[in-house]
Design a protein around this ligand. Sequence first.
Ligand code: NAD
Length: 251
Amino acid sequence: SFSLDGETAIVTGAAQGLGKQMASGLAEMGADVAIADVNREKADATAAELDGETEVVATEVDVTDEASVEAMVEDVTDRLGPIDVLVNNAGIVENSPAEETGIDSWRRVVAVNLDGVFLCAKHVGRQMLERGEGRIVNISSMSGFDVNVPQKQASYNTTKAGVRMLTQSLAVEWGDRGVRVNAIAPGYMRTDLVDEVLAENPEMEETWLENTPMGRLGRPEELKELVVYLASDASSYVTGSTVVIDGGYTS
Ligand code: NAD
């Protein structure tokens, strides 16, 4: 069933954008949800907005910092109980031509998009393995499948492809221990992250629309049902999969 009644979920980077919508979708299906974000103020506001039928709380975390991730797991477990669902959504993009990209920029993107997913999966995963029960959903991107010409974001594309392989690796390691691990690869969904790219390169929107068979960008709320599917028993035999949701862009 799609129900998440009585379950506890963490969504990283959920103060805004896709994470906020996915947190809202999980709460609508009955889960208590922790809005885990480096932006404490925004996380507080989002938690207050989503708090309703179920409990929605904010927790501050920098997913690149292992001690911070461990503190998040403890905080959420204390306040909401053992974690059934983890959505690794926190992610950043830095656009720059490869030959001009500084190592600091490269490392920032790898730290959030790849180290962050690994660290949260490791520490929440440990708890799930002890209980023999849990579902993890990692947010990759269609950029982890295809390079979107003319964008210059080698670090982003590389980390998002890495998220797919990390998803498969964890699914295999934990497959017979009750923990399922899947990923979602969204196309262009209209969030701040995408607006930032368009602010720098407004002409890109037309190219994107031309390359999207459905002829429009995605709406962030269109991720809700997909994350609920992967986070619930509705997907009980699905693990190691990356589901693309991109209006046909990569087809
Ligand atoms: P966004 O920039 O709107 O939100 C990202 C959130 O992550 C912010 O609240 C930010 O504070 C938080 N965050 C950043 N660094 C963090 C850290 N170190 N620790 C904890 N939180 C941190 O982005 P979005 O568009 O909602 O994207 C969410 C995810 O979806 C990202 O992984 C992104 O790569 C992926 N994605 C987005 C699109 C899109 O079109 N918007 C497409 C494909 C994939």
